[in-house]
Design a binder for this molecule. Structure first.
Ligand SMILES: [Zn+2]
Ligand SMILES: [Zn+2]
Length: 239
């Protein structure tokens, strides 16, 4: 399986990452990616940039650089019930790509029932494209009702290779989630969550997880140029 996009990456503007956008683009070009999404943290994450100035001004940046198509987005934080996010809708509306994630330094882990309700709320948030690093075991949730809600709302679930590397015990949870995604027909995307340029496009551990369970390739939106482009067109992004 050849992946053509990495849509969860950070620059130094996130506060906890260390490369410039230019360095990330060069790394994406070297890995022969067709698409790179820059998705810095929102301002609630310690060290994150201003929600308004940083993210809305991304529209001034180029769509193509070094042969890579650039998407500008944000990794927003889930902060409460009903799918509440750390970023106002008027900012989310300006973004090419929105990931919703739970982070322990923004929201302390709650009960599995609370996380379940939050994810079901996120399924109804029209601005969210991707559910970020959902396999983090500290934010446990009831898999079947949540993934069914994502299937119904056509949200994309992320396989985050950064989690597989750094979050203890994430692998078995990711495996269970991805297996259920295959059963329910939930589309997925494999992303690096790179916080340094050398990890841009580092997606092999995600691919091997998918191969291990025989995940249907047609549900992997970054495994095919045409499929990925169609997703962008459906969002109204014209390249
Ligand atoms: Zn994250
Ligand atoms: Zn991230």
């Amino acid at each position: 399986m050849k992946l053509i996009a990495d849509t969860h990456t950070h620059t130094f503007r996130s506060g906890d990452a260390y490369s410039t956008l230019q360095e990330n683009i060069a790394a994406a070009a070297k890995r022969q990616l067709s698409y790179l999404a820059v998705t810095d943290h929102s301002c609630l994450k310690p060290g994150g940039p201003d929600n308004w100035v940083h993210f809305t001004n991304q529209r001034l940046l180029p769509r193509f650089s070094e042969g890579v198509c650039l998407l500008y987005g944000i990794e927003a934080d889930v902060i409460g019930p009903g799918g509440k996010l750390s970023v106002p809708d008027r900012v989310l509306d300006t973004q090419d790509w929105v990931i919703a994630s739970m982070h322990a330094d923004v929201m302390s882990p709650r009960t599995s029932e609370d996380h379940t309700q939050m994810w079901i709320g996120i399924a109804e948030n029209k601005y969210v494209d991707v559910i970020g690093h959902i396999g983090d075991p500290i934010f446990s949730f009831e898999h079947r009702p949540v993934l069914q809600a994502f299937a119904d709302a056509k949200k994309v679930v992320e396989v985050n290779t950064g989690s597989l590397l750094t979050r203890p015990n994430a692998y078995p949870v990711c495996r269970q989630i991805v297996t259920l995604c295959a059963e329910l027909g939930v589309r997925i995307i494999v992303n690096s969550d790179a916080h340094f340029s050398n990890r841009i496009g580092d997606l092999a551990s995600g691919v091997s997880l998918l191969q291990e369970i025989g995940f249907p390739e047609e549900l992997v939106i970054n495994a095919d140029e045409h499929r990925f482009r169609k997703y962008l067109e459906h969002k109204g992004i014209r390249l």
